[in-house]
Write a protein that binds this ligand. Structure first.
Ligand SMILES: Nc1ncnc2c1ncn2[C@@H]1O[C@H](COP(=O)(O)OP(=O)(O)OP(=O)(O)O)[C@@H](O)[C@H]1O
Ligand SMILES: [Mg+2]
Length: 282
Protein backbone atom coordinates (compact mmCIF):
# COMPACT_ATOMS: atom_id res chain seq x y z
CA UNK A 1 0.00 0.00 0.00
CA UNK A 2 1.36 3.37 -0.96
CA UNK A 3 -0.09 6.54 0.49
CA UNK A 4 -1.76 8.84 -1.95
CA UNK A 5 -0.87 12.51 -1.83
CA UNK A 6 -3.54 13.84 -4.11
CA UNK A 7 -6.26 13.83 -1.43
CA UNK A 8 -4.25 15.79 1.10
CA UNK A 9 -4.21 19.40 0.04
CA UNK A 10 -2.59 20.87 3.19
CA UNK A 11 -0.05 23.50 2.10
CA UNK A 12 2.85 22.22 4.22
CA UNK A 13 2.12 18.57 3.36
CA UNK A 14 0.50 17.55 6.66
CA UNK A 15 -2.37 15.11 6.69
CA UNK A 16 -5.74 16.04 8.13
CA UNK A 17 -5.96 15.48 11.91
CA UNK A 18 -8.33 12.51 11.67
CA UNK A 19 -6.28 10.66 9.09
CA UNK A 20 -6.19 6.95 10.00
CA UNK A 21 -3.01 6.45 8.02
CA UNK A 22 -0.92 8.53 10.40
CA UNK A 23 1.24 6.13 12.42
CA UNK A 24 3.46 8.75 14.08
CA UNK A 25 2.27 12.25 14.85
CA UNK A 26 4.57 14.82 16.45
CA UNK A 27 2.89 18.07 17.43
CA UNK A 28 4.55 21.19 18.85
CA UNK A 29 7.70 19.32 19.89
CA UNK A 30 10.36 21.43 21.59
CA UNK A 31 13.72 20.01 22.68
CA UNK A 32 16.50 22.01 24.35
CA UNK A 33 19.85 21.16 25.86
CA UNK A 34 20.52 23.84 28.46
CA UNK A 35 20.16 27.21 26.74
CA UNK A 36 20.31 25.70 23.29
CA UNK A 37 16.99 24.94 21.62
CA UNK A 38 17.40 22.24 18.98
CA UNK A 39 13.76 21.68 18.01
CA UNK A 40 11.12 24.36 18.43
CA UNK A 41 7.40 23.67 18.05
CA UNK A 42 8.02 20.96 15.47
CA UNK A 43 5.20 19.11 13.70
CA UNK A 44 5.62 15.89 11.70
CA UNK A 45 3.38 13.10 10.44
CA UNK A 46 4.51 9.68 9.30
CA UNK A 47 1.99 7.61 7.39
CA UNK A 48 1.46 3.87 7.51
CA UNK A 49 3.33 1.96 4.83
CA UNK A 50 5.44 4.81 3.57
CA UNK A 51 9.17 5.31 3.33
CA UNK A 52 9.71 8.76 4.78
CA UNK A 53 13.07 10.37 4.09
CA UNK A 54 14.09 12.78 6.82
CA UNK A 55 16.67 15.28 5.72
CA UNK A 56 18.34 18.45 6.94
CA UNK A 57 21.72 20.06 7.55
CA UNK A 58 24.26 18.26 9.72
CA UNK A 59 23.70 19.17 13.34
CA UNK A 60 20.13 20.35 12.72
CA UNK A 61 18.65 17.79 15.11
CA UNK A 62 17.61 14.82 12.99
CA UNK A 63 19.06 12.27 15.38
CA UNK A 64 17.77 14.25 18.36
CA UNK A 65 14.24 14.07 16.97
CA UNK A 66 14.60 10.36 16.33
CA UNK A 67 15.75 9.76 19.89
CA UNK A 68 12.91 11.95 21.16
CA UNK A 69 10.33 9.95 19.20
CA UNK A 70 11.78 6.79 20.75
CA UNK A 71 11.47 8.27 24.24
CA UNK A 72 15.27 8.26 24.73
CA UNK A 73 15.52 12.01 24.94
CA UNK A 74 13.28 14.28 27.04
CA UNK A 75 11.30 17.04 25.37
CA UNK A 76 10.27 20.33 26.91
CA UNK A 77 6.96 20.66 25.10
CA UNK A 78 4.68 18.96 22.61
CA UNK A 79 3.20 15.52 22.12
CA UNK A 80 4.29 12.52 20.13
CA UNK A 81 1.80 9.80 19.34
CA UNK A 82 3.18 6.62 17.95
CA UNK A 83 0.88 3.77 16.94
CA UNK A 84 -1.87 5.63 18.75
CA UNK A 85 0.03 5.84 22.04
CA UNK A 86 1.50 8.91 23.68
CA UNK A 87 4.68 7.20 24.82
CA UNK A 88 5.46 9.77 27.49
CA UNK A 89 2.07 9.40 29.18
CA UNK A 90 1.79 5.66 28.68
CA UNK A 91 2.13 3.16 31.51
CA UNK A 92 4.84 0.48 31.48
CA UNK A 93 2.67 -2.12 29.76
CA UNK A 94 1.64 0.30 27.02
CA UNK A 95 5.24 1.38 26.46
CA UNK A 96 6.36 -2.21 26.20
CA UNK A 97 3.61 -2.90 23.68
CA UNK A 98 4.79 0.02 21.51
CA UNK A 99 8.49 -0.81 21.85
CA UNK A 100 7.81 -4.28 20.53
CA UNK A 101 6.38 -2.79 17.37
CA UNK A 102 9.39 -0.73 16.31
CA UNK A 103 12.95 -1.52 15.33
CA UNK A 104 15.88 0.89 15.19
CA UNK A 105 19.13 1.16 13.30
CA UNK A 106 21.09 3.87 15.13
CA UNK A 107 23.53 6.20 13.39
CA UNK A 108 26.41 5.22 15.66
CA UNK A 109 27.15 1.93 17.34
CA UNK A 110 24.90 -0.11 15.10
CA UNK A 111 25.95 -3.42 16.69
CA UNK A 112 27.45 -4.65 19.97
CA UNK A 113 31.08 -5.38 19.11
CA UNK A 114 31.47 -8.19 21.66
CA UNK A 115 28.53 -10.19 20.26
CA UNK A 116 28.29 -12.17 17.04
CA UNK A 117 25.73 -11.18 14.43
CA UNK A 118 23.42 -13.96 15.61
CA UNK A 119 23.72 -12.83 19.23
CA UNK A 120 23.18 -9.19 18.24
CA UNK A 121 19.92 -10.05 16.50
CA UNK A 122 18.80 -12.01 19.55
CA UNK A 123 19.26 -9.03 21.91
CA UNK A 124 15.78 -7.54 21.34
CA UNK A 125 14.26 -11.03 21.34
CA UNK A 126 15.72 -11.74 24.78
CA UNK A 127 14.51 -8.39 26.03
CA UNK A 128 10.95 -8.50 24.75
CA UNK A 129 10.00 -12.08 23.86
CA UNK A 130 9.73 -15.22 25.92
CA UNK A 131 11.09 -17.78 23.48
CA UNK A 132 13.24 -20.88 23.77
CA UNK A 133 16.93 -20.48 22.77
CA UNK A 134 16.39 -22.83 19.82
CA UNK A 135 13.50 -20.82 18.45
CA UNK A 136 15.35 -17.52 18.91
CA UNK A 137 18.29 -18.92 16.98
CA UNK A 138 16.04 -20.12 14.19
CA UNK A 139 14.31 -16.72 13.97
CA UNK A 140 17.64 -14.87 14.01
CA UNK A 141 18.89 -17.01 11.12
CA UNK A 142 15.73 -16.16 9.19
CA UNK A 143 16.42 -12.44 9.68
CA UNK A 144 19.99 -12.92 8.43
CA UNK A 145 18.58 -14.48 5.28
CA UNK A 146 15.91 -11.77 4.96
CA UNK A 147 18.49 -8.98 4.78
CA UNK A 148 20.57 -10.81 2.21
CA UNK A 149 23.51 -11.89 4.35
CA UNK A 150 25.16 -15.28 3.81
CA UNK A 151 24.40 -17.87 6.52
CA UNK A 152 28.02 -17.86 7.71
CA UNK A 153 27.67 -14.18 8.74
CA UNK A 154 25.78 -15.45 11.79
CA UNK A 155 28.89 -16.40 13.75
CA UNK A 156 31.00 -13.41 12.76
CA UNK A 157 31.78 -10.47 15.02
CA UNK A 158 31.15 -6.90 13.75
CA UNK A 159 34.91 -6.34 13.34
CA UNK A 160 34.94 -9.17 10.79
CA UNK A 161 32.26 -7.57 8.60
CA UNK A 162 32.39 -4.96 5.85
CA UNK A 163 30.50 -1.68 6.32
CA UNK A 164 27.68 -2.90 4.09
CA UNK A 165 27.40 -6.17 6.00
CA UNK A 166 27.25 -4.28 9.30
CA UNK A 167 24.34 -2.19 7.98
CA UNK A 168 22.52 -5.33 6.90
CA UNK A 169 23.19 -7.05 10.22
CA UNK A 170 21.95 -3.97 12.06
CA UNK A 171 18.85 -3.99 9.88
CA UNK A 172 18.33 -7.66 10.75
CA UNK A 173 18.46 -6.70 14.42
CA UNK A 174 15.98 -3.85 13.79
CA UNK A 175 13.66 -6.46 12.24
CA UNK A 176 14.10 -8.94 15.10
CA UNK A 177 10.65 -8.37 16.58
CA UNK A 178 8.78 -8.20 13.24
CA UNK A 179 8.12 -4.50 13.78
CA UNK A 180 5.52 -2.27 12.14
CA UNK A 181 7.95 0.65 11.96
CA UNK A 182 11.68 0.74 11.41
CA UNK A 183 13.75 3.83 12.18
CA UNK A 184 16.96 4.06 10.20
CA UNK A 185 19.48 6.79 10.97
CA UNK A 186 21.79 7.25 7.97
CA UNK A 187 21.58 3.60 6.87
CA UNK A 188 23.58 4.07 3.67
CA UNK A 189 26.30 6.42 4.93
CA UNK A 190 29.73 5.01 4.22
CA UNK A 191 28.49 2.60 1.56
CA UNK A 192 29.61 2.81 -2.04
CA UNK A 193 26.85 3.92 -4.46
CA UNK A 194 26.08 0.36 -5.59
CA UNK A 195 25.98 -0.93 -2.01
CA UNK A 196 23.75 1.99 -1.07
CA UNK A 197 21.42 1.36 -4.01
CA UNK A 198 21.21 -2.33 -3.05
CA UNK A 199 20.35 -1.32 0.50
CA UNK A 200 17.63 1.05 -0.74
CA UNK A 201 16.22 -1.76 -2.85
CA UNK A 202 16.21 -4.04 0.17
CA UNK A 203 14.30 -1.44 2.18
CA UNK A 204 11.73 -1.04 -0.59
CA UNK A 205 11.31 -4.81 -0.90
CA UNK A 206 10.86 -5.18 2.85
CA UNK A 207 8.34 -2.37 2.92
CA UNK A 208 6.39 -4.02 0.11
CA UNK A 209 6.55 -7.57 1.48
CA UNK A 210 6.29 -6.92 5.22
CA UNK A 211 4.12 -3.80 5.07
CA UNK A 212 6.70 -1.85 7.06
CA UNK A 213 6.63 1.87 7.66
CA UNK A 214 10.15 3.24 7.27
CA UNK A 215 11.46 6.43 8.88
CA UNK A 216 14.82 7.03 7.28
CA UNK A 217 17.18 9.83 8.22
CA UNK A 218 19.51 10.29 5.29
CA UNK A 219 21.85 12.60 3.42
CA UNK A 220 21.78 10.31 0.45
CA UNK A 221 20.14 12.03 -2.52
CA UNK A 222 19.86 8.74 -4.40
CA UNK A 223 17.84 7.26 -1.52
CA UNK A 224 15.64 10.32 -1.34
CA UNK A 225 14.95 10.30 -5.04
CA UNK A 226 14.55 6.58 -5.53
CA UNK A 227 13.29 4.99 -2.34
CA UNK A 228 11.29 7.62 -0.47
CA UNK A 229 7.56 8.19 -0.92
CA UNK A 230 7.70 11.43 0.98
CA UNK A 231 10.42 13.66 2.37
CA UNK A 232 10.48 15.88 5.44
CA UNK A 233 13.04 18.66 5.73
CA UNK A 234 14.35 19.84 9.10
CA UNK A 235 15.52 23.43 9.22
CA UNK A 236 15.26 26.42 11.53
CA UNK A 237 14.44 23.98 14.36
CA UNK A 238 11.27 22.66 12.78
CA UNK A 239 9.98 20.67 9.82
CA UNK A 240 10.02 23.23 7.02
CA UNK A 241 8.09 21.08 4.58
CA UNK A 242 6.94 17.47 4.22
CA UNK A 243 5.64 15.90 1.06
CA UNK A 244 6.64 14.19 -2.18
CA UNK A 245 9.79 15.09 -4.07
CA UNK A 246 7.74 17.31 -6.36
CA UNK A 247 6.95 19.50 -3.36
CA UNK A 248 10.65 19.73 -2.42
CA UNK A 249 11.52 20.80 -5.95
CA UNK A 250 8.98 23.62 -5.78
CA UNK A 251 9.54 24.73 -2.20
CA UNK A 252 10.85 28.25 -1.86
CA UNK A 253 13.57 28.09 0.80
CA UNK A 254 17.31 28.62 0.21
CA UNK A 255 18.53 25.39 1.83
CA UNK A 256 15.77 23.25 0.34
CA UNK A 257 16.36 24.82 -3.04
CA UNK A 258 20.10 24.31 -3.06
CA UNK A 259 19.76 20.76 -1.71
CA UNK A 260 17.16 19.52 -4.17
CA UNK A 261 18.05 21.71 -7.11
CA UNK A 262 21.79 22.08 -6.55
CA UNK A 263 24.55 20.69 -8.72
CA UNK A 264 24.67 17.26 -7.06
CA UNK A 265 20.91 16.88 -7.18
CA UNK A 266 20.78 17.74 -10.87
CA UNK A 267 23.04 14.82 -11.72
CA UNK A 268 20.57 12.42 -10.08
CA UNK A 269 17.11 13.84 -10.66
CA UNK A 270 15.43 12.35 -13.71
CA UNK A 271 13.74 14.53 -16.32
CA UNK A 272 10.43 12.83 -15.43
CA UNK A 273 10.81 13.76 -11.76
CA UNK A 274 9.49 17.22 -12.30
CA UNK A 275 6.82 19.14 -10.48
CA UNK A 276 3.92 16.74 -11.03
CA UNK A 277 5.62 13.38 -10.70
CA UNK A 278 5.99 12.33 -7.06
CA UNK A 279 8.67 9.70 -6.66
CA UNK A 280 7.57 6.31 -5.38
CA UNK A 281 3.91 7.29 -4.99
CA UNK A 282 1.57 4.91 -6.75
N1 LIG B 1 22.65 14.80 24.62
C1 LIG B 1 22.95 15.99 24.10
N2 LIG B 1 23.35 17.02 24.88
C2 LIG B 1 23.63 18.22 24.36
N3 LIG B 1 23.57 18.53 23.05
C3 LIG B 1 23.17 17.54 22.22
C4 LIG B 1 22.85 16.23 22.69
N4 LIG B 1 22.50 15.47 21.62
C5 LIG B 1 22.60 16.26 20.55
N5 LIG B 1 23.00 17.51 20.89
C6 LIG B 1 23.19 18.65 19.98
O1 LIG B 1 22.02 18.76 19.20
C7 LIG B 1 22.35 19.20 17.88
C8 LIG B 1 21.71 18.29 16.86
O2 LIG B 1 22.39 17.04 16.88
P1 LIG B 1 21.95 15.81 15.99
O3 LIG B 1 22.86 14.68 16.34
O4 LIG B 1 20.49 15.58 16.14
O5 LIG B 1 22.23 16.35 14.53
P2 LIG B 1 21.89 15.65 13.14
O6 LIG B 1 20.90 16.50 12.43
O7 LIG B 1 21.54 14.22 13.38
O8 LIG B 1 23.30 15.76 12.40
P3 LIG B 1 24.08 14.70 11.44
O9 LIG B 1 23.46 14.86 10.08
O10 LIG B 1 25.48 15.21 11.46
O11 LIG B 1 23.93 13.33 12.02
C9 LIG B 1 23.87 19.28 17.84
O12 LIG B 1 24.25 20.61 18.04
C10 LIG B 1 24.31 18.42 18.99
O13 LIG B 1 25.53 18.85 19.51
MG1 LIG C 1 22.45 12.43 13.04
Amino acid sequence: MHPSDSDRPSPNGRATPDDDDVIIRATGVTVSFGEKTILDNLDLDVRRGEILGFVGPSGAGKSVLLRTILGLNPKQAGTIEILGTDYERANDAERLAVERRWGVLFQHGALFSSLTVLENIQVPMREYLDLSPGLMEELARLKIDLVGLAPDAADKFPSELSGGMIKRAALARALALDPDIVFLDEPTSGLDPIGAADFDQLIMTLRDTLGLTVYMVTHDLDSLFQACDRIAVLGERKVLVEGPLSMMLEFDHPWVHSYFRGKRARTIVQPTQTANAPVGAA
